[in-house]
Design a protein around this ligand. Structure first.
Ligand SMILES: [Zn+2]
Length: 113
């Protein structure tokens, strides 16, 4: 494909493992994600407008299996009303303070996982 970088050693085509918009998802990875969405204790969705399928449907699958869903995004998503906790903001604003809070909470307890 035009514009794709070449390997500096052999000149071969470099292929990224990042899934870009419009690329198909690797089937095995999606099957695993689907399994985890159906069996997770909590689904944390960070910085997604949840409009690109099939990844967006994982949220519906988790909700269907009664998993709580925490949704962090600046803009609206189709799952806003269904989320257990909806936080309107950027990941950088929400997650670091949440991680610090969890660390504090865990630090105060004698038992750790
Ligand atoms: Zn090479």
């Amino acid at each position: 494909m035009a514009g794709q970088p070449a390997c500096p050693a052999c000149g071969g085509r470099l292929i990224s493992s990042v899934v870009n918009f419009g690329d198909p998802l690797p089937q095995q990875a999606f099957t695993r994600a689907d399994h985890h969405a159906r069996s997770c204790d909590l689904l944390l969705v960070l910085g997604s407008s949840l409009v690109v399928e099939p990844a967006a449907s994982l949220v519906g699958r988790a909700i269907g299996c009664r998993a709580p869903v925490v949704l962090v995004n600046r803009g609206e998503t189709p799952y806003d009303a269904a989320a257990t906790l909806r936080l309107w903001g950027g990941i950088g604003e929400v997650i670091p303070p949440a991680v610090e809070r969890v660390k504090r909470e865990l630090g105060e307890q004698p038992q750790r996982f």
